[in-house]
Design a protein around this ligand. Structure first.
Ligand SMILES: [Zn+2]
Length: 465
């Protein structure tokens, strides 16, 4: 394949930009992509055409980094050479950086398949760039409202991308999420639906019912069973809409706390026992989605399930950090649903009356409006008996403390330490024995903690992780 001088110049400049940002210890993973697209507009689309074996798009509000990571492990286990935006650079500039940096100086990619985690608001733009062969649409729930506006806007974007325009992609979608199903209503291309077949129970009511309370006909949705949040076997008493029949289904996951879970998956009439190290119901759903996408993309089911037990949690998704004297488990929190799930999972095997650290920042990457903290259902997830102290840290330490106070938590056990280092030191001083300290942190607080741990030599620099 021959390319224009402009394109080759763009590749060389992007690689120089990466070297510069590393020398300057400036961790911007999208800068080379911005440089390349500036010099040769359309370079990403041109390079993506080399990925002839498959181009996987993965999007959703929660779990897309983990789901993409699981899918990557499956494809690599199947022997595929994959390029993957693994540092969570999920905007168009990040996709451009990933592609450009994976080329040789003559513009040839060292892979024949692509795996792209995509920010849910950029699904239309990135679909145009990469022309996915498999599109995994995982879930929708509220994120920081100041970034995206209402959920309705995202529903419209997804609908325009996959329903209003004919797509050549195989769409793999989460049937347990009524919002995803609503976005894809009347789609003409075949869909692979995945979800969990759980025992039916009377009067199932979602804990967090606010994201998908209503059917598109206006009636309140009912549920025969619920996996978590608003995900489950939903139906509408008024108009008869219901969860689509499942093509790939999971059984009730048996949780093992932060250590993971077990469930069985049914794919094309074959059953597979799945054991994963990734905690919580939401990770069982992440794994099932990745499995369904891999099989839709051409990986045999028995090959796809083989590497699952070996996959450890991604950066900040229940990841364990250990020093000689201390252990922490890091939970990245960025929206009500994610925070609730992380909290529930962390408390599952937390010693009674342990210490928790919540580090909340309000910088641009966190979302500057922290009012979403009021939508986290702390009232359901926490009781005064479930902790001995909560250390509130970060630039919005006071906001999270006020939120917890209004959730009914005893004020004398809420300790405010805005500085992250002081927050960590205080939490360790209060924690007893060899317990693991759960840390819930927004994006920039997580990055700052990570830098702190690198300085303490508890973890390696981020690009080696
Ligand atoms: Zn209805």
């Amino acid at each position: 394949m021959s390319y224009s001088l402009r394109l080759l110049t763009a590749i060389a400049a992007a690689k120089a930009a990466r070297t510069l940002s590393r020398i300057c210890r400036h961790g911007g993973s999208t800068f080379p992509g911005i440089v390349a697209e500036h010099i040769a507009p359309g370079i990403s689309r041109q390079l993506a055409q080399q990925l002839t074996r498959g181009r996987f798009l993965v999007s959703g509000t929660n779990g897309k980094t983990t789901t993409t990571r699981v899918l990557s492990a499956i494809l690599r286990h199947a022997g595929w050479r994959v390029v993957h935006n693994r540092q969570g650079a999920n905007l168009p500039s990040g996709i451009a950086a990933t592609l450009v940096l994976a080329t040789d100086p003559l513009g040839s990619l060292n892979a024949y398949a692509g795996l792209f985690e995509v920010d849910e608001a950029y699904v239309p733009a990135i679909t145009t760039i990469i022309q996915p062969t498999v599109a995994l649409l995982h879930n929708l729930s509220r994120d920081q409202l100041d970034r995206y506006g209402e959920l309705d806007h995202l529903l419209r974007l997804w609908r325009e991308t996959f329903v209003d325009h004919p797509t050549s992609a195989t769409v793999v979608a989460n049937a347990d999420d009524p919002l995803v199903v609503r976005a894809l209503e009347h789609i003409e291309t075949p869909i692979v639906w995945y979800g969990f077949s759980l025992p039916e129970s009377q009067n199932s009511t979602p804990i967090d019912f606010t994201d998908a309370r209503y059917c598109s006909c206006g009636a309140v949705l009912s549920y025969r069973s619920i996996l978590y949040g608003h995900f489950g076997q939903w139906y509408c008493r008024q108009c008869g809409r219901e969860r689509p029949p499942l093509d790939v289904s999971g059984s009730q996951p048996i949780l093992r706390g932060a250590a993971g879970s077990r469930f069985s998956a049914k794919i094309a009439d074959a059953h597979f026992d799945i054991t994963i190290q990734l905690p919580g119901f939401y990770n069982a759903a992440n794994v099932l989605g990745a499995l369904a996408a891999a099989v839709a993309g051409g990986v045999p089911p028995n090959t796809a399930v083989a590497p699952l037990a070996q996959i450890s949690p991604a950066y900040g998704r229940g990841e364990l950090v250990e020093s000689e004297s201390h252990r922490l488990r890091l939970w990245l929190v960025k929206n009500p649903m994610g925070f609730l799930q992380a909290l529930t999972t962390a408390l599952y095997d937390q010693s009674p009356r342990g210490v928790l650290l919540m580090a909340i920042n309000d910088r641009i990457a966190d979302g500057q409006d922290v009012s979403w903290l009021w939508d986290v259902d702390f009232e359901k997830a926490l009781t005064a008996d479930s902790f001995s102290a909560i250390v509130c840290s970060g630039t919005r330490a006071c906001d999270i403390a006020v939120r917890l106070k209004y959730a009914g938590m005893p004020v004398d056990r809420l300790i405010i330490r805005e500085q992250l280092l002081t927050g960590v030191e205080t939490a360790f001083a209060l924690a007893q024995g060899d317990s693991i300290l759960p840390v819930f942190a927004t994006y920039t607080a997580m990055r700052a903690l990570r830098e702190l741990f690198v300085r303490l030599r508890w973890v390696g620099p981020e690009w080696e992780v």
